[in-house]
Design a protein. Structure first.
Length: 299
């Protein structure tokens, strides 16, 4: 008589393994829900070594609340706070094996400091100071903060809104600014700097190989400086612009849609220098380029 076929023992285990494997991610993900009463002008610190995102939003309550999710391999979470300050963070013991997504609500008048390794940083509706740093993550700031400092060595920086002071720095990724400010300064090695629609009193924009694009009005009495080694500098200006310009270059070329009026050309150890006016004087613009092209366009 023929004996029935014997199935390997591992075949019998397969369904159980599949079921357990399918349920594992749900069990591994943990929820975060912490809060504390703080002063309306409290100092809030957020530190995140895991991948994922950190979103900080100002609200009209005298409290800080953090919610979100984290994978079990995303590190350990800690939270403490009360009174004048609160701090929270995700710390890993080495390489992170998961993601974490934090949603942090803070008093609108709080001063916010955020540092991440690779997580995206988004900060909005904070009226006081904002300081954000990431190694490789993108940084986005919006609203009306009094002061902004944003730096990412491997990610981009975007600032949208109104500020008294704005500072941004990247390695090879773009910096974008849309809004108004009294004093701005953006620096990049190889990224593009884009400054759109601003009214600025003081501005400094510097790159090594990245292009610089400025499109907006130049206020009377303002002072703007543009500097690059080999990137292109492009200024898109209104027809009624009024500025005294000093342009210095070693090997670069200048193109302008505006008549340059009486130009004073000089040569020397630092290259060729040209001084001219766009429309009526009233603002000061300094342009320095080693070999990059400079374009002054009428918008």
């Amino acid at each position: 008589m023929k004996r029935p076929t014997a199935f390997p023992f591992t075949y019998l285990l397969a369904p159980a393994i599949l079921i357990a494997g399918g349920a594992a991610p749900l069990a591994a993900q943990q929820h975060i829900d912490e809060r504390a009463a703080v002063a309306p002008d409290a100092y809030i610190r957020v530190y995140d070594e895991a991948a994922g995102s950190v979103r900080v939003t100002g609200w009209d309550r005298d409290s800080v609340a953090v919610s979100g999710t984290r994978d079990s391999g995303a590190g350990r979470f800690s939270f403490s706070g009360g009174g004048d300050a609160a701090k929270m963070g995700l710390w890993t013991d080495g390489d992170s094996a998961g993601e974490a997504h934090l949603d942090v609500r803070v008093p609108a008048g709080a001063t916010v400091w955020v540092k991440t390794t690779s997580a995206l940083v988004e900060i909005g509706d904070v009226a006081s100071g904002v300081d954000a740093y990431s190694v490789t993550g993108d940084i986005r700031v919006s609203g009306t903060p009094r002061q902004v400092y944003a730096e990412s060595m491997g990610g981009s920086v975007q600032i949208v809104g109104t500020a008294l002071s704005a500072r941004g720095k990247t390695g090879s990724s773009p910096i974008t600014f849309r809004g108004d400010a009294e004093d701005v300064s953006f620096t990049t090695v190889g990224g593009t700097i884009m400054v759109m629609g601003p009214r600025l009193r003081l501005g400094h924009f510097e790159s090594v190989t990245g292009d610089i694009l400025f499109e907006g009005e130049i206020e009377k009495g303002s002072s703007l400086g543009f500097q690059t080694h080999s990137g292109t500098i492009e200024l898109r200006l209104p027809s009624d612009v009024g500025a005294d310009v000093t342009y210095t270059t070693i090997e670069g070329d200048l193109q302008s849609d505006f008549p340059l009026g009486e130009a004073d050309d000089r040569g020397g150890m630092r290259g060729r220098e040209r001084q001219f006016s766009l429309g009526n004087s009233g603002a000061t613009v300094t342009i320095r380029s080693f070999s990059g092209e400079v374009l002054i366009r009428r918008k």
